[in-house]
Each structure stands twice: as structure tokens, then as C-alpha cells.
Design a binder for this molecule. Structure first.
Ligand code: HEC
Ligand code: HEC
Ligand code: HEC
Length: 411
């Protein structure tokens, strides 16, 4: 009897060990191998054939991102939540992070998700923000990364350049895949009836409210915004760059190229300011502010218009006006357009849109400054070698006469 018990006991060790091994193998297969296979297959079916690899600089930037702990505060994964989709865009698909190893998805969302950061903000904005976050976003709790710079935001070291190069790759793969890529992903998903899975398609790919555009799809402007509220908002969001009185001299301005516009030296059509707030100024650090309510945007428009420092401008004799018109026709129309509405034949090719003088009027001194020194960081070059001093003054005055011309408000 006792020997029989002993045998059974001896067998049970064997059974237990065999069962242990079997369960271990099963769990590896079911929890590790099988899901990986399904994910690999799905990734292959939904992703484009070739995913762009990172350049050496972008890879180094990725290492800096990892080393500096950016992932402790920033995620790189847009969830299937209405709030995430509204703020950032289409939920992240598995194939988008195919080459992301080890991954940097992060878990804490102290700062905004960065999955679609690429192409959203200009490089000079990133440098200024990394150097001193509170110089552009007053309430920010993000640490400053001055050590990646040579004492100034416009003097980034290699590491800062690499980091920004990396930030610019976030979301790039899916944008490059284009509509064909979206169609392929949708077909590969094989989930026509899965409502949740389908949330990844169809919406706006990048819905970042600060992303600049060059379209003119601004919603109609509400009449007369609340000036007091507008001034509050301006102090909270705009003064960092444009300065408290709109002089273009805020703490964030030093590293930006082109520099923030001097708003006090301009007269603006309300629709122009509304357009800038909705679209931003593409090619510059000026973000769009689409996340603000229509009322707040109208209030901001009022605040910007109220910044203008009115002064008496000299008027020029007629013969000088003719000289100005001739100089303008001969030199400026290819960019600024025949009517000065910014619709010249070269305008679409330029990285920064030429000014529409119909919708904004610089003071004479601001216009002259632009003509003499150009606007650094934009295609507007100095004209001192091409035009005489009289022509410069005449052209500067001429463009000021174009403001509010009827029939050209659309631009
Ligand atoms: C302590 C948390 C924290 C850390 C660490 C951190 N950030 Fe941030 N980050 C934030 C917060 C909060 C914001 C939102 C306010 C702002 O724009 O500054 C932000 C904003 C940003 C934005 C702007 C996103 C947008 O388009 O609105 C970028 C880009 C960014 N961080 C990059 C980085 C990088 C790169 C690192 C690492 C070098 C980093 N952050 C480290 C908290 C953090
Ligand atoms: C990160 C810095 C920054 C912030 C913040 C910022 N701006 Fe700007 N802004 C710029 C830059 C840079 C330009 C473009 C200058 C150029 O086109 O040469 C600009 C251009 C503009 C223009 C167009 C001016 C023109 O004459 O073409 C308006 C209007 C304007 N900003 C208003 C605002 C308002 C209102 C806010 C706040 C809601 C704001 N900006 C916040 C940097 C900023
Ligand atoms: C190559 C294209 C190009 C040509 C040619 C050109 N401009 Fe410009 N101009 C621009 C751009 C781009 C801007 C800057 C827009 C900005 O900063 O956002 C600008 C800005 C200006 C401004 C400043 C506007 C403001 O609101 O402060 C003035 C004034 C101006 N141009 C006058 C002229 C005159 C006069 C001529 C001809 C002698 C001329 N430009 C030729 C592209 C051009």
C-alpha cells in the first residue's frame, strides 16, 4: 500500500512537471506568440509596403527624446476617444509605430500627445519652446532644456536640432501614406462592422488646433467681440510673442524668424485678423487658435484692432504717388498681386504668403522698414539696391493707398 502511494506520489511530480511545462508553452504561445502573429499580420495588411526609416539625425533626436525623459509627460498614442480625436486627429494605428523600438508611447499625459506633432509647428517655435517653454506658453509646466542650446534659442546645438528633426517625424509616416494608405489600412482592417475600429478612419488625420493652413476657410466673424475679454486673452496667449502692447517684443520673440509682427504698427481689416486666428500664418511660428470659441476669437480680433497706435501719416504729392505705382507695377506684383491683394503669380510657390495690402495697412515707417531691410526669414528682400530712395518712399506710400479697396476682400 505504502509503496503504491509512493509510486502515485512519484508520478504526480512527473505529471505536475509535464503539466507545468505544457502550460508554460501554452501561455507563451497564446499570450505571446499568437498575439504577435495576429498583430504582425494586421500591421502588414494595414501598413504601406515601405515605411520611411529615420535619418541618422532623426535617430539621434529619438535618443535625446528618450534620454531627456520626454515620454514621462508626453504620450505618442492617440486613443479611440472623442476628446483625443477632436484635439489630435485619427487614432494611432499599429503600423505607424512599426519601426518604433524600443517604443516611446509613454503613459502619462501631463503634456499633449505628440503623435501628430510633425509639421504642426515651425522649427523656430520648437527651439524657443524647448529653450524656455514659458517664453511662449506662460502657464507651461514643461522643464526648460537650455543645455541643448548655446545660451540662446536661435543657437541650437546639434542635440536640439536632432530632437526637433525627430519631433518633425511624428505622424509623418501616415501623412506620407496619403489617401491610398488610408484606403489600404481600411481594407486590411477587414472590420466594416466594427464601429470602434472604424473610428481610426474618416476623420481629420491631424486635427491639432495650432496647425497652420494656407486655405481661406475661416468661419464667418461674429460682430464686435468683448474688448475686455479680448485684452485678457491677448495677455494670456499672445503677449509672450507680440509683447504686451503688440510691439512684437515679447520674451518669446528673440529666437523667432520671422519675428512676431508689430501689431501696433498696422491697421487690420477684422476679417484679416479672424483669418490669421483660424489659420495661423503658415511658414512662421504664428500658430492657429482654432481651439478658441468663436466668441473668444471675436474678442481677440477686437483686442488686436485696439492695439493700433493711431498717428497722423504724411500724404505724398501726386507725382510721387505715380512713381510709387510704377515701382510697384515693375517690381512687386509677381508676389503682392496687381491689386496688392497678395495674389501674385509667384505667391503660391512662396513658403510665406505675401501681404495683402487690401486687408492690412502698415504705417509708413513700418512699410519703409520692410522695403529697406526686408523682412528677415521671409521672401521679402531689401530693395535698396534696386530702387532709389524716392522710389522706396513712394512705393511704401503707394501700398498704403490700397487698403480697403473694394472687390478684393476675399484674400
Ligand atoms: C514635466 C512634464 C514635461 C516634460 C518632461 C516634457 N514636457 Fe513637453 N510639454 C509639457 C506640457 C505641460 C506641455 C503643454 C504646455 C506647453 O506647450 O508648454 C508641453 C508641450 C510640449 C510641446 C508642444 C505640443 C503642442 O504642439 O502643443 C512639445 C513639442 C513638447 N512639449 C516637447 C517636449 C520634449 C521634446 C520634451 C523632452 C525634451 C518634453 N516636451 C518634456 C510637459 C512636459
Ligand atoms: C509663438 C509666438 C506667437 C504667438 C504666441 C502669437 N503670435 Fe501672432 N505672429 C507670430 C509670428 C512669428 C507672426 C508672423 C510674422 C510674419 O508674418 O512676418 C505672427 C503674425 C500675427 C498676425 C499677422 C500680422 C501681419 O501683419 O501679418 C496677427 C494678426 C497675429 N499674429 C496675432 C496674434 C494673436 C491675436 C495671438 C494670440 C492669440 C498671437 N498672434 C500669438 C508669433 C506669435
Ligand atoms: C518675392 C516676393 C515679394 C516681392 C517681389 C515683394 N514682396 Fe513684399 N512681401 C513679401 C512677403 C512674403 C512679405 C512678408 C509677409 C510676412 O511677413 O508675413 C512681404 C511684406 C511686405 C511688406 C510689409 C507688410 C506689412 O504688413 O508689414 C511691405 C511694405 C512690402 N512687402 C512691400 C513690397 C514692395 C513695395 C515690393 C516691391 C518693391 C515688394 N514688397 C516686393 C513678398 C514679396
Amino acid at each position: 500500500m505504502s509503496s503504491g502511494h509512493g509510486r502515485v506520489l512519484g508520478m504526480s511530480y512527473l505529471v505536475a512537471s509535464v503539466a507545468g511545462v505544457v502550460f508554460f508553452v501554452l501561455s507563451v504561445a497564446l499570450l505571446g506568440y499568437w498575439p504577435k502573429r495576429v498583430l504582425d499580420e494586421q500591421t502588414r495588411a494595414m501598413g504601406p509596403e515601405y515605411v520611411l526609416e529615420l535619418t541618422p539625425s532623426e535617430r539621434r533626436g529619438r535618443a535625446v527624446y528618450s534620454r531627456e525623459g520626454c515620454a514621462y509627460c508626453h504620450t505618442q498614442q492617440i486613443r479611440y476617444l472623442a476628446s483625443d480625436r477632436a484635439r489630435f486627429g485619427a487614432p494611432t494605428l499599429a503600423w505607424e509605430t512599426r519601426l518604433d523600438y524600443p517604443h516611446l508611447w509613454g503613459t502619462r499625459r501631463i503634456g499633449p500627445d505628440l503623435s501628430r506633432e510633425g509639421g504642426t509647428r515651425s522649427d523656430d517655435w520648437h527651439y524657443t519652446h524647448l529653450f524656455s517653454p514659458r517664453a511662449v506658453v506662460p502657464q507651461s509646466v514643461m522643464p526648460a532644456y537650455e543645455r541643448l542650446f548655446d545660451d540662446a534659442p536661435d543657437r541650437p546645438r546639434q542635440q536640439a536640432r536632432d530632437l526637433v528633426a525627430y519631433l518633425n517625424t511624428l505622424g509623418r509616416a501616415r501623412e506620407l501614406a496619403g489617401p491610398e494608405g488610408e484606403a489600404r489600412a481600411e481594407a486590411g482592417c477587414q472590420c466594416p462592422d466594427d464601429e470602434l475600429a472604424n473610428m481610426a478612419f474618416g476623420g481629420e488625420l491631424n486635427a491639432h488646433p495650432a496647425r497652420t493652413r494656407r486655405t481661406h476657410d475661416t468661419p464667418p466673424l461674429l460682430p464686435a467681440g468683448d474688448l475686455a475679454r479680448g485684452r485678457q486673452l491677448f495677455a494670456a496667449h499672445c503677449a509672450t510673442c507680440h509683447g504686451p502692447t503688440g510691439g512684437g517684443d515679447g520674451p518669446g520673440a528673440t529666437g523667432l524668424l520671422p519675428a512676431p509682427m508689430n501689431l501696433a504698427e498696422h491697421q487690420y481689416a477684422p476679417a484679416r485678423v479672424a483669418d490669421v486666428l483660424w489659420n495661423g500664418v503658415a511658414g512662421t511660428a504664428m500658430p492657429a487658435w482654432r481651439d478658441h470659441s468663436p466668441d473668444d476669437r471675436a474678442a481677440l480680433v477686437s483686442a488686436v484692432l485696439a492695439l493700433e497706435s493711431t498717428r497722423l501719416e504724411p500724404s505724398l504729392p501726386d507725382n510721387l504717388m505715380e512713381l510709387g505705382q510704377r515701382a510697384f507695377r515693375a517690381n512687386c506684383v509677381q508676389c503682392h498681386g496687381e491689386r496688392g491683394d497678395g495674389s501674385g503669380s509667384a505667391a503660391a510657390e512662396l513658403p510665406i504668403a505675401p501681404t495683402s495690402f487690401v486687408r492690412q495697412r502698415p504705417t509708413l515707417s513700418a512699410a519703409l522698414r520692410a522695403l529697406r531691410g526686408g523682412i528677415p526669414g521671409t521672401p521679402m528682400a531689401p530693395w535698396t539696391t534696386r530702387l532709389s530712395d524716392a522710389e522706396l518712399v513712394a512705393a511704401a506710400q503707394y501700398v498704403r493707398t490700397l487698403y480697403g479697396a473694394p472687390g478684393a476682400e476675399s484674400r
